[in-house]
Design a protein around this ligand. Structure first.
Ligand code: PEP
Ligand code: MN
Length: 337
């Protein structure tokens, strides 16, 4: 259920309504819009008791939310969510480009990439510190050392930093270094991790699981939102299908589907979706054309030598060229880069 307060409802009226809902043993999630305040109520069937509150001062209407994701859905929040981090607006008119290595390998590697992608126009630096690898024998990432290198690179370039957190016990540590916490595809339904990330309040990018529906993704986002953290970016990164040529199948229609169902920003990761560097540029262009709020790509100065995911990484030069094309296509769909 949501309670829509009338335009101009006073702070006191809002508080009285919130207190009344709490007295029924239900939780509230106020959403302060430009015009109106909307109070979301979560609970089970008991939420119907708030129907008694019709007629309270300042209450305009009380409506049930039919979407299963009560707060990630557009029903409760019709306007697009724009996440602002250090002056960068994610989900607004600007399409954001996130670039960096799959994994942080060394200070030199990261610094070279950070300087180069910044020059080409990226606004966020990615780089894995804790790598979720299929094999326990593969490179697992440099851990906290990588986090320190990411923070150094941010200091030097002014790029924001995103990196994956794989373990609820590391949320606090990763949050000390990163601007955005990434929850990887494999952890999309790690509900303990989602809850911890939600409690941390840090902006989060939630990647779609390879076998998850859009519905599952939005319900996973709901785990973060109900902890009071609305700063969520969703990421389409390909799903498992019978097609074997590509690593996964990029579900590009998920972009407009999510936009219809949810107010949260959507980013596309064409690297993990395709697994092939030759497909990264065309799929990035398609992502922007389809209405994505951003793209995230892996780059490496020497992809053949990369410790992780070299086959899907762009060289620094290829990234620069791709940026020029993205900049050309964005205005056609009313965006800018
Ligand atoms: C990543 O972006 O570093 C990554 C591991 O991707 P995914 O979780 O989508 O596999
Ligand atoms: Mn990777």
């Amino acid at each position: 259920m949501i309670i829509v307060m009338s335009t101009g409802a006073s702070e006191e009226q809002i508080q009285t309504v919130v207190d009344k809902v709490h007295s029924y043993g239900l939780r509230t999630h106020p959403i302060y819009g430009v015009q109106k305040t909307v109070i979301g109520i979560v609970g089970d069937d008991k939420t119907r008791v708030v129907e008694n509150m019709r007629g309270m001062p300042g209450v305009e209407k009380i409506i049930p939310i039919l979407q299963p994701y009560k707060f990630a859905g557009r029903e409760a929040h019709p306007d697009d969510t724009v996440i602002e981090i250090n002056g960068l607006r994610i989900g607004g008119r600007q399409v954001i480009v996130i670039a960096g290595p799959c994994a942080v390998e060394s200070r030199e590697q990261l610094a070279q990439i950070a300087r180069s992608v910044k020059k080409s126009g990226a606004c966020i630096l990615r780089g894995g510190a804790y790598k979720p690898r299929t094999s326990p024998y593969s490179f697992q990432g440099l851990g906290e050392e990588a986090l320190k290198l990411l923070a150094e690179a941010r200091e030097e370039t002014g790029l924001l930093v995103i990196t994956e957190v794989t373990d609820p016990r590391n949320v606090e540590q990763v949050g000390r270094y990163a601007d955005i916490l990434q929850v990887g595809a494999r952890n999309m339904q790690n509900f303990v991790l989602l809850t911890e990330v939600g409690k941390s309040g840090h902006p989060v990018m939630l990647k779609r699981g390879p076998s998850s529906t859009v519905n599952d993704l939005l319900l996973a986002a709901e785990y973060v939102i109900i902890e009071g953290n609305r700063n969520i970016i969703l990421c389409e990164r390909g799903i498992t299908t019978f097609e074997g040529f590509t690593r996964n199948t990029l579900d590009l229609s998920a972009v407009p589907v999510i936009k219809q169902l949810s107010h949260l920003p959507v980013v596309v990761d064409p690297c993990h979706a395709t697994g092939r560097s030759s497909l990264v540029e065309p799929m990035s262009l398609a992502a922007v054309a389809s209405g994505a709020d951003g793209v995230m790509v892996e780059v490496h100065p020497d992809p053949d030598q990369a410790l992780c995911d070299g086959a899907q990484a762009l060289t620094l030069e290829q990234f620069d060229l791709m940026m020029k094309k993205l900049r050309a296509i964005a205005p056609i769909v009313g965006r800018l880069i």
